[in-house]
Design a protein around this ligand. Structure first.
Ligand SMILES: [Zn+2]
Length: 366
């Protein structure tokens, strides 16, 4: 079944991890076998062949480049202009993947409708030869998003970013931000952040509330009355941490007709996870664990309409921090059976796998 993934950091993997996502997963892993510069070397789960195998025909894919002021211990770039340049390098990589026919940029409603129809069209009955994958030869669509807005040097850059296809922004990421503090930090939008959100509304850029602090979350939603989503977020009621959303926040997102993408970072799926220490086996975190989060949101909403997938499965970690029964992003396809076993109807399942994202993207894109 077509699966839409609401959050992948594909270009970050290409440029910062130096991963060639066009290659088979085993090859990408083996080229990293001796490397120790990042904790997930040799443990990645996402490449284009695996996305194709998992019928992930469309994703929301990020540009991501943090600015770090002196003294900020997080990885990042020392000037907003350098962060902008990094994001432009990421854009160049997306473009070259389009030229290869590997990716297809989705900037508007018409392109979305065409792309979804392509992925849902029946297999041509070939003479003898069966395609190894239902999606072979069809590019993976991507809607361009920006995770953390630090690289927007000043507001005038926003229009340029929109012109090159940017359709959603999450103003915050981790730590302090030029526009909003994010995960692990506190406080509300900065002055520039308030202006950014208003300008996003003018241009028709979606507000991704993921990673906002609680203060910024409420402030941004008050300033912005356009389309909203949470690309990759789980439930604070199940995993008590500021990174997840409280029931009040989830209720507000439901009221605003948002879609919430369920994230498969094990740290966000089960409580008490200590990064770099806890292992998937210790916690028993499995793919099915995500259904507890989906259930929670469905119960708050009285419907599955707001639930979707935003796996984040290439977000700077690999199998050391994914569900223990997930070795490849293609394993997400098992969710259809898991959801059916947990009592979800066919309509609920298609909604979660792709229908809810299609609805939200159709409403949000120009
Ligand atoms: Zn994230």
């Amino acid at each position: 079944m077509l699966l839409i993934d609401g959050h992948l950091d594909l270009s970050m993997n290409a440029l910062e991890w130096n991963r060639d996502l066009t290659r088979p997963l085993a090859e990408v892993r083996s080229r990293e076998a001796a490397m120790t510069d990042k904790k997930d070397r040799g443990k990645g789960v996402c490449t284009f062949p695996e996305m194709q195998r998992g019928e992930i025909g469309l994703c929301i894919a990020t540009q991501i480049a943090r600015y770090v002021a002196p003294g900020n211990p997080l990885p990042g770039w020392n000037a907003p202009e350098i962060a902008w340049a990094q994001a432009q390098g990421q854009l160049a990589w997306y473009r070259s993947m389009e030229e290869r026919g590997q990716l297809a940029r989705i900037c508007d409603r018409a392109a979305l409708a065409r792309h979804v129809a392509l992925w849902q069209s029946p297999l041509p009955s070939g003479e003898g030869g069966e395609r190894s994958s239902p999606s072979e030869g069809i590019p993976i669509g991507y809607v361009l998003s920006l995770e953390g807005a630090d690289s927007i040097v000043e507001l005038s850059y926003l229009e340029r970013a929109y012109a090159s296809g940017l359709r959603a922004i999450g103003p915050a990421h981790y730590g302090p931000g030029r526009y909003s503090p994010g995960t692990g930090a506190a406080g509300g939008l900065t002055g520039a952040g308030r202006e950014l959100v208003k300008e996003m509304r003018q241009l028709g850029i979606v507000l991704d509330v993921t990673h906002l602090t609680d203060e910024s979350f409420w402030e941004a939603l008050e300033l912005y009355d356009g389309p909203v989503w949470a690309s990759h977020n789980n439930c604070r009621a199940l995993v008590p941490h500021q990174r997840q959303f409280s029931d009040d926040q989830l209720q507000e997102l439901i009221r605003r007709n948002a879609v919430i993408g369920a994230a498969f970072d094990a740290w966000m799926m089960v409580p008490g996870w200590i990064r770099g220490k806890t292992t998937p086996h210790e916690t028993g975190c499995k793919i099915e664990t995500i259904v507890d989060h989906l259930d929670h949101i469905c119960q708050l909403a009285g419907s599955s309409r707001y639930c979707a997938i935003g796996s984040d499965l290439d977000g700077g970690y690999g199998t050391e921090q994914t569900p223990l029964d997930l070795d490849s992003i293609a394993d997400l396809q098992r969710l259809t059976d898991i959801l059916a076993r947990r009592g979800y109807s066919h309509d609920d399942i298609t909604g979660i796998m792709h229908g809810n994202w299609i609805r939200k993207l159709s409403e949000s894109l120009p």
